[in-house]
Design a protein around this ligand. Sequence first.
Ligand code: ARG
Length: 436
Amino acid sequence: MLRTLCLALLFASTAAAAADAPAVPPPQRIAVKAAHWIDAEAGRMRGAVVVVIEGDRIKEVREDGQAPADAKLVDLGGATLLPGLIDVHTHLTSDPTEIKGDYYESVLKRSAIDSAILAHLYAKRTLDAGFTTVRNVGADDYVDVALRNAIDRGDIPGPRMLVSGPAIGATGGHADDTTGYSPWIEFHGVNGVADGVDAVRLKVRENVKNGADVIKFMASAGVLSAETSVGAPQYTQEEMNALVDEAHRWGKKVAAHAHGAEAIKMAIRAGVDSVEHCSMIDAEGLKLAKQRGTWLDFDVYNDDYILAEYAKKGFPASTVEKEKLVGRLQRENFRRAVQAGEKMAFATDAGVYPHGWNGKQFAKMVEWGMTPMQAIQAATWNAADLLGWRDRVGAIKPGLYADLVAVDGDPLQDVSVLEHVGFVMKGGAVDKDALR
Ligand code: ARG
């Protein structure tokens, strides 16, 4: 009896609550209007458009120029609208402006806490430059995981991030920041140094456990590290095979840093999803990448900045010399890769040059063989494919996140207009509105 009464009361109060409750407000609708838009999926520039946004997603792409009456209108006038840009190779947890003539500063005088304190600045600069999604490939101490989480929670502004945690690499190699220091100095913190198949598998698992979306490893030597070679392989084929096998079993893609021709081929044979830098890739490497569908990510802007600034920053002369070995060759090979029709994504290694300058690479990519539309697709629809995120970013398309940018001028005539993105929206929220 009592039970029946309680139930009756419960129903009565639920019904009353429903009657009293204010009507659920319709989802907020925004209509972004522009004179031109880039259909990144089709690779076409199109005319007038109204993009209707509901919540954080694109609801409709209207080419009749009509904005729905109930939507808040954002009229960008004569601007060109593009999907939010994507950079698949960044390091948001450091910036070269931190190094002011003292090369040893970052290793000897700063900790992960210093990085964590500044990283939000770089995230905001990146977003303001129109990059609404980045893949962050290499950050010690999981500062990248914390940054991604803070952005995802809405605590701080920044691009959508896929992060790798510490890049995995051999003792004394490109992932081992403490090479060249006295063996008496003890360094703390979490890095990705691991040797042997069991250890690299363990590192992959640790990174996954601690929040990595993607696995980054160093297949070869590098420029901004202390080893003498710039391109020699730093893992055996067995180590690379084990690492990729382990990452894939956990459902994570793998990005391999590799400058040297041999290391590039070893990484491709191991089954990596993308090769980063690709500086000395040879004809066989290009062929292998094509066969396997491996993405080639050339950071072709970097050379300008390193040669102009790194000696002044106090980097050793050997670093600048190493850059000279790869810089020009990398651009020539970028051209070959474009001609060969390779899968290529926009990847800049931001953090080697100052954050927010990402757009400068578009002009380099066009100078070295891409059409402006190819460069734009590399930073949108194609980058989204590499990330496995075509269901959320990379195009102006119903169902995807409302990540939009706009520029004055025609990027197909002059791709450098993408260095001055005037309007940025991420997930339906306006981050920057400086066009009008
Ligand atoms: N992080 C890379 C390395 O240290 C930067 C290479 C930059 N140079 C270039 N030409 N892309 O190896």
